[in-house]
Design a protein around this ligand. Structure first.
Ligand SMILES: [Zn+2]
Length: 213
């Protein structure tokens, strides 16, 4: 789960329809993940994502931005509902309780990932978002732990693959084919575990309880 700046400078204002019709475009622009918590739609489902008005359409001063593509983002329904119609002008220094503009700030500048899969704010804006959006909710903790496990698996597999390569060279020199056979089995086992982790990640069921504080 990695945050990325949304490149609105490349965004094309659709010439027909209204914001409700543009979710697919916003998903593409937003790397198919929630702009705020970074959960990928692959683990949650596109139906659980909303078109988020960064500057709330309920504020009279932003009413004219209701169908302005530069004000629209792809956000999960939970973050979207926690944010609701909150608005406070953000500071470029990230030193106030406001939502930085996701098209200007990479949100990875806001958060530090701790070893227990919790997020901690790196600055005032980050701490505010962790609290406001409940970014340590169970659903996200599970997702982060799984991503971390997958990363560790991948590192392990790469390490074993390197060993295998080195052993192949050795076997060529010494003819110890049994050793190569054993190591090949080990590599296959790592591969199976990695696939299993991917399957687990896809099949985690989320319940409505997870969306509550
Ligand atoms: Zn979210």
């Amino acid at each position: 789960m990695k945050w990325r700046r949304i490149k609105k400078e490349n965004s094309k204002q659709p010439d027909k329809g209204t914001y409700t019709d543009w979710k697919d475009q916003l998903a593409d622009e937003g790397y198919n993940q929630c702009v705020y918590c970074a959960i990928h739609e692959g683990g949650f489902g596109r139906r659980n994502y909303h078109v988020e008005h960064y500057r709330p359409k309920s504020c009279t001063e932003f009413k004219h931005l209701e169908n302005d593509i530069t004000n629209l983002f792809f956000a999960c329904c939970i973050c979207n509902s926690f944010k609701s119609d909150f608005w406070e002008d953000p500071s470029d220094k990230l030193d106030n309780s406001a939502f930085p503009d996701p098209s200007k700030i990479n949100y990875s500048l806001l958060f530090e990932l701790l070893s227990d899969a919790k997020l901690r704010g790196k600055n005032v804006a980050g701490s505010f978002l962790v609290e406001k959006l409940n970014l340590n909710r169970p659903q996200l903790m599970v997702e982060r732990k799984l991503v971390s496990l997958l990363d560790r698996m991948e590192t392990g597999i790469q390490s074993v693959s390197k060993l295998k390569k080195a052993l192949i060279e050795k076997v060529k020199e010494t003819g110890e084919e049994r050793a190569l056979e054993l190591l090949s089995k080990l590599v296959d086992s790592y591969g199976s575990l990695n696939l299993a982790q991917l399957e687990i990640r896809k099949s985690i069921p989320y319940t409505t309880a997870d969306t509550k504080r």
